[in-house]
Structure formats: structure tokens, C-alpha cells
Design a protein around this ligand. Structure first.
Ligand SMILES: Nc1ncnc2c1ncn2[C@@H]1O[C@H](COP(=O)(O)OP(=O)(O)O)[C@@H](O)[C@H]1O
Ligand SMILES: CC(=O)OP(=O)(O)O
Ligand SMILES: [Mg+2]
Length: 405
């Protein structure tokens, strides 16, 4: 394993209770190792490691915090038997997925004290995400003090939105004095799949009107024109927009006030309901995991699961209609994220009865579960519907490489 000439970047996506990681050899953009540490801080955590020479294995163990989680990952990477590195000095940089930076950054950044301070200031705007991102940065500092760190913000790609899309109809001072506006998230994913769509269709990105649906645990949609985000469904925080695993998405803003004034709930209780007890979990009383919902719908015909899936799909459909209008037409509709890539019944339900705006699925193709990009639309559909696996980690690694070169 020679060192110089190569550039190896470790990408970390630190969530509230997990660290997803990829080690990428940037010479060939090939994946050397990847995996996830899940359920950090719970009684038993789960560590998954997969590499060029080691097939996927899951191990159960105790992982108290993000620092320990990162240590596990680093030990696996340099393990004499199954590792892919001789030592940690073979990692040239760490790239982080960072979530909320307010209006401060519209591009990738080297992690500096100023970046850390901005992220701290934005903690209340992304309470599920920013604290975890900060723990990841700190854990790298402790374990690899000399390794440069870069970050790519979820908000960056959406900084091109016009004021009419990002302003809320609130007193203007709330924007000018307190920066209360739409920011949007999952930008790295929306950008990646829009680039991929243009490349796949061999059409200039600048000529395409695209709607991207990133449906994972969190979910958001973006209207993309000339390669730029012109509107997106998440807002001031990642709570607005679509219905998600545990988040409510769009609701009447009077509801949280009512819950406090009439039902006597505290601010923390309301926050907890909207972020952690709503969405698919809250409506179905089954799970936030769409694999379980799919099973309940297809195998058990469970009415609650069917109803919750109806609401989930209906809301995506409404955003498609809205962004069709905003874009004044549509060339490409993209599904991505763990749910968007893997759930045919959801895509079928979303696209049903949309012929009026030129969307018609090829149901046979849509039902196939294959890796890689798939064209899901019928030959006579004027909109091309694509499934594109997202790769936020590769985008982050590319940006990190660019910043350090
Ligand atoms: N085979 C599948 N069928 C349906 N849903 C799936 C499948 N695989 C993963 N998912 C869904 O994808 C979600 C995770 O998506 P992902 O994009 O990894 O989310 P995040 O990055 O927000 O953690 C899971 O909660 C699960 O609901
Ligand atoms: C911003 C956001 O919602 O991210 P995730 O989907 O990873 O929770
Ligand atoms: Mg994600």
C-alpha cells in the first residue's frame, strides 16, 4: 500500500445516533471501505464494516458516544487482518456532511474555529443534526489531530433560491434581524442526482427542468432549473415539507400553539411530538421504517399502514404539482434516498393519475429492484422518471479534494 500520489478521503455522516462512513480512493473514486455505527448511546450498538477484502459483517457492542464510534471505524480500517490501511496517516483528509450553516456558507468549507462557531450558533435550527456533526468534528480532532477536515453543508446547494421562494410571509424584520427564512436541506443529494440525471440522459443540465425527491428518514423535494435549486420543501429547519419517518412536515402553524395553550404541553413536549413522534411512525403506529410499512401494506393489508402511506404519497404528489407550476413544465422526475430507491409501491402510488402533467410510469420496470440508475417512465411519458441511487459521500469527497488541492 504505497502512500504518495494517492489521496484517500474518509467521509463521515454523523447523525444523532449513528455515524455512516466511506473511505474513498480519490485517484479512481473507488470505495475502499464503508459502513455504519448505529444506535450509539443505546444499550447495544451495531457496527457494520465492509471493504474490498472483507464482506459485510455486523457486530453488536457497547458504543457510548461518537468518539468511541469513530475509534471503532478507525481500528477496523487499520486492522492487520481485515483493514485496508497500514496506518491512519494514510488518510489524507476527512470530509463531513454538515447540516445547517444558516446563510453563512454557499460552498464547501475547510473546518475552522469559525465554522465550528457557526454550527454551534445554528444548533437550535437543526437540533437533530448539528450537535452530532459537531461531535464528529471533535472526535476526528481527538483521534487524528493532524488530519485536515472539510465539510459540505446540506444548505449550500439551496443558496441559489430566489427571495420569493425563501421568504416566509412573516414580519420582514424576522428575516432581516433573525434570518428566519427557508434554507432547505439534503442539498448535496439533490445536486448529485441532478448532475447524474443530465449525464445519464446526455443532455446539458442547463436545459433541464428537474424535480428531485430525496426520500430517506428525512425527506425533501427540490425544483431545479438550469442546474440550480429554485425551491425546496424543507424550510427554516428540516421539519417542514413532506411527511417523514418521524417528522410531521407541513402542518397548520397554529397547531403547536393550540397544543401548548389548550392541551398544556410544554415547548419541549411539542418539539418532541413534531420531530420524533409524528410522520409515518405517528400516523401508522407501526414504524418509521418503510420496509415495515411496505410489509404491512402488501402482506397484511393493514388499514393503518395503508392510510399512512396514502398521506405520505399524497403529499409528494402535491409538491410535484406545485413544482411543475414553479418550473413551468417538467423534463425529469428523480426518486432517490433509501425509500425513493427501494420502494416500488410508493413510486407507483405517487405517479398514479399524473398523466395530465406528462408523467406515466412503466409499471413493470418500476417493480424491478435493481442496483444502479433505472428509467421508470413509459415510452409515451413526456416526463422521464428516473431512480438514481444517491451518493452524498462521493460528492463530499470530491469537494474535500477540490478544497485541499
Ligand atoms: N428495501 C427497502 N424498502 C423500503 N424502504 C427502505 C428499504 N431500504 C431502506 N428503506 C428506507 O430507507 C430509510 C433510510 O434511508 P436513508 O436514505 O439511508 O436515510 P437517512 O440518510 O435519512 O438515514 C429507512 O428508514 C427505510 O425506511
Ligand atoms: C436534513 C435531514 O433531514 O437529514 P436526514 O434525512 O439525514 O435526517
Ligand atoms: Mg440521508
Amino acid at each position: 500500500m504505497e502512500k504518495r500520489g494517492k489521496m484517500r478521503i474518509l467521509v463521515l455522516n454523523c447523525g444523532s445516533s449513528s455515524i455512516k462512513y466511506q473511505l474513498i480512493d480519490m485517484e479512481t473514486e473507488s470505495l475502499m471501505a464503508e459502513g455504519i455505527v448505529e444506535k450509539i448511546g443505546e444499550d447495544i450498538a451495531l457496527f457494520t464494516y465492509k471493504s474490498e477484502k472483507y464482506t459485510k459483517k455486523k457486530r453488536e457492542m457497547v458504543v457510548d458516544n461518537h468518539e468511541q464510534g469513530l475509534q471503532l471505524i478507525l481500528e477496523a480500517l487499520i486492522d492487520p487482518a481485515n483493514g485496508v490501511l497500514n496506518g491512519l496517516d494514510e488518510i489524507d483528509a476527512v470530509g463531513h456532511r454538515l447540516v445547517h450553516a444558516g446563510e453563512h456558507y454557499s460552498d464547501a468549507v475547510k473546518v475552522t474555529e469559525h465554522v465550528i462557531q457557526v454550527m454551534q450558533e445554528c444548533v437550535s435550527l437543526a437540533p437533530l443534526h448539528n450537535p452530532a456533526n459537531l461531535k464528529g468534528i471533535e472526535a476526528v480532532k481527538v483521534n487524528m489531530p493532524n488530519c485536515p477536515q472539510c465539510g459540505v453543508f446540506d444548505t449550500a446547494f439551496h443558496q441559489t433560491m430566489p427571495a420569493m421562494a425563501y421568504l416566509y410571509p412573516l414580519p420582514l424584520e424576522l428575516y432581516t434581524n433573525y434570518k428566519i427564512r427557508r434554507y432547505g436541506f439534503h442539498g448535496t443529494s439533490h445536486k448529485y442526482v441532478s448532475l447524474k440525471a443530465a449525464e445519464f440522459l446526455q443532455r446539458p443540465l442547463e436545459s433541464l427542468k428537474i424535480i428531485t425527491c430525496h426520500l430517506g428518514n428525512g425527506a425533501s423535494m427540490t425544483a431545479i432549473k438550469n442546474g440550480k435549486s429554485i425551491d425546496t420543501s424543507m424550510g427554516f429547519t428540516p421539519l417542514e415539507g413532506l411527511m417523514m419517518g418521524t417528522r410531521c412536515g407541513d402542518i397548520d402553524p397554529a397547531i403547536p400553539i393550540h397544543l401548548q395553550q389548550q392541551l398544556g404541553l410544554s415547548v419541549d413536549e411539542v418539539n418532541n411530538i413534531l420531530n420524533k413522534k409524528s410522520g409515518m411512525l405517528g400516523l401508522s403506529h407501526i414504524s418509521n421504517d418503510m420496509r415495515e410499512i411496505e410489509n404491512e401494506v402488501l402482506v397484511k393489508n393493514n388499514p393503518k399502514a395503508i392510510m399512512a402511506l396514502d398521506v405520505y404519497c399524497y403529499r409528494i404528489k402535491k409538491y410535484i404539482g406545485s413544482y411543475f407550476a414553479v418550473l413551468n413544465g417538467l423534463d425529469v422526475l428523480v426518486f432517490t434516498g433509501g425509500v425513493g430507491e427501494n420502494m416500488p409501491i410508493l413510486r407507483e402510488q405517487v405517479c398514479r393519475d399524473l398523466e395530465a402533467i406528462g408523467i406515466k410510469l412503466n409499471l413493470e420496470e418500476n417493480s424491478q429492484r435493481t442496483d444502479g440508475i433505472q428509467v421508470l417512465s413509459a415510452n409515451d411519458s413526456s416526463v422521464t422518471v428516473l431512480k438514481i441511487p444517491t451518493n452524498e459521500e462521493l460528492m463530499i469527497a470530491r469537494e474535500t479534494k477540490r478544497l485541499l488541492s
